[in-house]
Design a protein around this ligand. Sequence first.
Ligand SMILES: NC(=O)c1ccc[n+]([C@@H]2O[C@H](COP(=O)([O-])OP(=O)(O)OC[C@H]3O[C@@H](n4cnc5c(N)ncnc54)[C@H](O)[C@@H]3O)[C@@H](O)[C@H]2O)c1
Length: 351
Amino acid sequence: MAKRLRYGLIGCGGCGVGKHLASYALYPDEVELCAVYDFDAAKAKAAAEQYRVPQVYATYEEMLADPRIDFVSVATPNAFHAPITIAALEAGKHVHVEKPISMNAEEAEAIVEAKNRNGKLVMVGLNNRFTELSQFTKQYVDEGHLGEVYHIRCGWRRRRGIPSWGGWFTQKALAGGGPLIDLGVHFIDLSLHFIGFPEPVSVSGATYSKFTGKPAKGKDAPPPMDVEDLAVGFVRFANGCTMSIEYSWASNVEREENFSELMGTKGGLRLLNGELTLLGESCGVPTNIVPQIKNTSSWGENEAKHFIECMRRRREPLAKPEEAVRIMRIIDGLYASAESGREVLVSPVAV
Ligand SMILES: NC(=O)c1ccc[n+]([C@@H]2O[C@H](COP(=O)([O-])OP(=O)(O)OC[C@H]3O[C@@H](n4cnc5c(N)ncnc54)[C@H](O)[C@@H]3O)[C@@H](O)[C@H]2O)c1
């Protein structure tokens, strides 16, 4: 049997433990859980006890200096993604970094450079790409059933759901933004993944902060908040396709929904709250087809399996950092447009 890949987790919060540690623990023949680190030593200790991880490091630098570690996950607040990912690459580790890859496109580009310089792999934690429904949808679009996809509508709108855990999600210096950078990366990425990542050329966006000062989900007191609670926007791509977006943590809509809707010349599809509907026409009549597929894998399970295979076979992972640079340029552009009140151009990047 090949040597097991030796793993370290940096950031032992909800996602680090609930997704990364829990998912890599599903593959004990492939992965040895070796070490954890968290800024908060008690959280690292609790994670180590729960998953029987032998080593708790006092700093991430010490973990990265351990030559036995092959790869790490970075699941800290967004502000630390780029510096820790780059340090891990320089230390010769493969990195599974959470979404968003970074605070902005400039940091994401620095990650790509460090990856190329060190010849290691980086995968971004875009778990929505790895669900059974998303994999089916990607295949369906690739087989040409929609024809030319010329417009996308995507979003994730919460009626009330400003995150309060940890406190950092609502602080620009730690998160980089509100629901656009938090929820937006998931469904902008997924929609562009379905249609082969066209190059964005211009964006127009608006952001709103109408719920600042109101109590967060399950809390009595308002969280410290200097980010938007709603972002809307419009993106034009070089191939003529367009995309409209809506992301909110709080808005007066009927109910929470996340969606990616593709409109093509031969057909359309709608992925809504984990239900897929194919929109076509038969015998001259519009038809809605519901594929009998359910998402059965747990959060991060397929994603972890994919990264293990990529490390074993030295293959570029899906959810590449180069694509994440493109996403971050869209997000940077939307925030810049929201601030200036004008459409802004997006510079090209190879993916
Ligand atoms: N892919 C998904 O579905 C998904 C879901 C939730 C969160 N996330 C992402 O995961 C990351 C973490 O989010 P979370 O919900 O786990 O937040 P969290 O607040 O629960 O956990 C963050 C952890 O990082 C620790 N931390 C803070 N600064 C650190 C530092 N400098 N070095 C090491 N650890 C540090 C905190 O003590 C905390 O334990 C974020 O980037 C978030 O966007 C992704």
